[in-house]
Design a protein around this ligand. Structure first.
Ligand SMILES: [Zn+2]
Length: 145
C-alpha cells in the first residue's frame, strides 16, 4: 500500500517532527495553509475519525489541546482544528489526520468579515511552499529549540 502517512510513520519520509504520543505523530505540513500548520496523524493506518478506538480517541483529545496550546504560546496565534473524514467531506489522504492551523487577524484565510478555511488541495487555493530551511526554522520555534 502506498500511503504517504504510513511512510512518514515508518520513517521512510522525514517531515519536521514536532512531537509524538502513544498513538499519534505530530509534524509540520510541508505545504502549509498558514505558517506553523501542523498535522496530527495516527500511527495506525485507519481512514477516518470514526475508526479510532477508545484509547486513540482519548490520546487525540489531549494531544490536540496540548499542540494547540504550544502553537498559541510559540506563535502567538489562535487555532483552527479540522478533520475531513470520508470522500464527501473532501478527505484527500486516506489515512486519519487532523489539521492544527495557526490563525491570526488578517491571515490569508481571513475574508474580512469572518475567517474561513479551505482544506481541499484540489481547490484553487494555493498552499504555501516553504523551503526545507524555512520549515526547520518554524519547527525549531514550535519545539522551543
Ligand atoms: Zn496509512
Amino acid at each position: 500500500m502506498d500511503c504517504v502517512f504510513c511512510r512518514i510513520v515508518s520513517g521512510n519520509i522525514k517531515p519536521e517532527i514536532i512531537s509524538e504520543s502513544t498513538h499519534f505523530l505530530v509534524f509540520l505540513d510541508a505545504n502549509p495553509i498558514t505558517e506553523g500548520h501542523t498535522i496530527i496523524c495516527s500511527k495506525r493506518h485507519v481512514s477516518t475519525f470514526m475508526e479510532l478506538n477508545d484509547d486513540e480517541a482519548k490520546d487525540l483529545g489531549l494531544l490536540q489541546r496540548d499542540i494547540s496550546k504550544k502553537l498559541k504560546e510559540k506563535l502567538d496565534c489562535d487555532i483552527t482544528i479540522a478533520n475531513s473524514s470520508g470522500k464527501w467531506a473532501s478527505q484527500s489522504i486516506d489515512h486519519f489526520h487532523v489539521h492544527i492551523i495557526p490563525r491570526k487577524e488578517g491571515d490569508r484565510l481571513w475574508d474580512g468579515e469572518k475567517s474561513k478555511v479551505v482544506l481541499d488541495r484540489s481547490s484553487d487555493f494555493e498552499r504555501l511552499k516553504p523551503s526545507g530551511i524555512e520549515l526547520q526554522s518554524i519547527a525549531n520555534k514550535i519545539r522551543g529549540e
